[in-house]
Design a protein. Structure first.
Length: 155
C-alpha cells in the first residue's frame, strides 16, 4: 500500500494457470478428427472402387459429413453431437437391415454379407473410434472452453 491515504485500494491480479492450456486442442480430439477424416477418405476411395449407382447422393453425404468434421475440428460442440446422432442412426439402420436380410435372404440375394466386408468394417471402426474420442473428458473440457472463449464468457 502506498503512503497516500487517499489512493484507491489495489490488489494483485494474475491470470489463472491453465486457461490457455484448455484452449489447446487435446491430442484425443486430433486423433478422433483424424479417424473421422480417414473414414471420409475411405468413402471417397470406395466411390471409385465400387462405382455405385447413387454417386451424387454418396458425394453429397461425404461432403456434408466432411463439413461436420471440419466444424468439430474448429471446436463446435453441435458438430460432434451431429456425428454421434448420425452414428447412432447408422448403427440402428444397419442392425435392422441385417435382421431383415437374414430373415428374408431372397430380398437382396444374400443374408447381409455386404455389411461385413473388410472395407465396411474398417469404415465403421474408424467412425466409432473417432466419435468416441470426441466425447472423452479432455475433449469435453476443450469444447466447453472453446465455446466460452467464442461467447466471451469466462471459462
Amino acid at each position: 500500500m502506498s503512503g497516500n491515504p487517499y489512493a484507491p485500494p489495489s490488489s494483485q491480479v494474475a491470470d489463472i494457470e491453465g486457461d490457455t492450456a484448455s484452449l489447446e486442442r487435446p491430442r484425443l480430439v486430433n486423433v478422433g478428427i483424424g479417424l473421422l477424416a480417414m473414414d471420409l477418405v475411405l468413402g471417397i476411395v470406395g466411390l471409385f472402387r465400387d462405382g455405385g449407382a447413387s454417386l451424387v447422393f454418396t458425394v453429397a453425404i461425404i461432403g456434408v459429413m466432411g463439413l461436420f468434421t471440419w466444424y468439430a475440428w474448429k471446436g463446435r460442440n453441435w458438430a460432434r453431437i451431429v456425428h454421434l446422432v448420425v452414428l447412432l442412426i447408422a448403427v440402428l439402420a444397419t442392425t435392422l437391415a441385417i435382421a431383415v436380410l437374414r430373415a428374408n435372404p431372397n430380398i437382396a440375394g444374400g443374408s447381409g454379407e455386404v455389411f461385413f466386408t473388410p472395407w465396411t468394417i474398417a469404415q465403421n471402426a474408424l467412425n466409432i473410434a473417432g466419435v468416441v474420442l470426441l466425447f472423452t473428458p479432455a475433449a469435453n473440457a476443450w469444447y466447453r472452453a472453446t465455446k466460452a472463449v467464442r461467447l466471451g464468457v469466462a471459462a
